[in-house]
Write a protein that binds this ligand. Sequence first.
Ligand SMILES: [Zn+2]
Length: 465
Amino acid sequence: MLVFSRLALFRGGLPGRRAASAHRAQPVCGRAALSSAPRHSRIFPALFGMFAPFLHAAVPADAEPAAPPRTAAVEAAPPSPVTPPVRRTWVFAADGVTFDARFPSARLDECRRTAPDTFAITITPENTPINPSPWFAFTVRAESAKTVIVDLKCVGGSLRYRPKISVDGRSWISLPEEAFRLGENKHEGRLQLEVGPEPLWVAAQEIIGVEHLEAWMRALERLPFVTRAEIGRSVQGRPLHKIEIGAATADAFLVVIGRQHPPETTGTAALLGFVETLAGDTPLARDFRQHFRTLVVPLLNPDGVEHGHWRHNVGGVDLNRDWGPFRQPETRAVRDEILALRDRGRIYFFLDFHSTFFDVFYTRTDAEPTQPPLFVRDWVAALHARFPDYPVKRSASPNSTSATSLGWMHRTFGVPAVTYEIGDHTDRARLRLIATGAAEETMTLLLQARAAAPAPSVPAASPQN
Ligand SMILES: [Zn+2]
């Protein structure tokens, strides 16, 4: 009876979701709406779940990513100090229920009991102003099996992510509608969780944390053609690592970076699949590695990932708006590593992996010359040909002074560059398939480009520091 009454409470407590067609996804990563935007503009995507069809298929054609609307305001505004993450346990003896945020990437700022087996938790950003991607991660357990209700509220943003659950922090399941209802105001949602003595992990997205990426790099460097090195330290002294893949004698470079923004784990999942394909045991990959060396920095913001940040580093800065000022040690370290490639050969292509509401590739326009010429146009066409049922969405904007990695790479080296955005809700198996295919098309096109115009050295660069 108790369970039934709670289910009734759950089902009646929040209004049902609107029809998918009533919503329009808007990108947050590259061209985000800010927390100061009016409420109606902070639209939560309508399609959820790890097994949802590609979200962008439901995005109206006119939902083109907007030009950077208020980025300048964020860059101009002095950031408030970063609040350290809350690392504590909340024990509710009356219910025998415990919430825990004492683990890497956790985010749970406040937790209180509002009724028997019912709890209100609050998440807040690390500082403001911020492009909100409200991240949360915690565990909950109970002395005996029971249903608990969790009212999740985020301060200064809309709940962008559909909660995922896990019992080991590795295998995750997206909560279906019967277990998660988003509130009408989008700031709040209600979770119904079946808990017991074993801790249940609850997080905004699958956690791919510092430890996971460290282990991934350690495994990769066991390959004979892979090296790893520290290139610098974060604000809090965490090592920033690069891996390099390919023959030591190769003088042609592909550059791949990722995870400037902590919650964007679908971007990281795509990066892993992409890089593993470059390191794979195929004739194409072997040929590629003979001629190309790939520089990979998979984790630019280890402090932010460790602390469960919504977007920034511990300096309180959006790292992908720092490729110009270079005020943060993380961006400076990667910049210096990329600039050092001038002495080693020529950069052919640059990819920066992120996540947003739907799959999209941000690029410069084809009118802006690159070397190799029109490479991005051909790359997108190759992906389209390879995946006819995958509507490759390209968003090209003219050259600008934007302090993104994409802008800086194009300005500095004149190379083709792509911000590779994966949808928050893109099917994970498909995400991997696309990343693998993108890596193979990248290798094929780069080998062709190199054969067509082998350049002995990089174009004259005038790095903008
Ligand atoms: Zn991003």
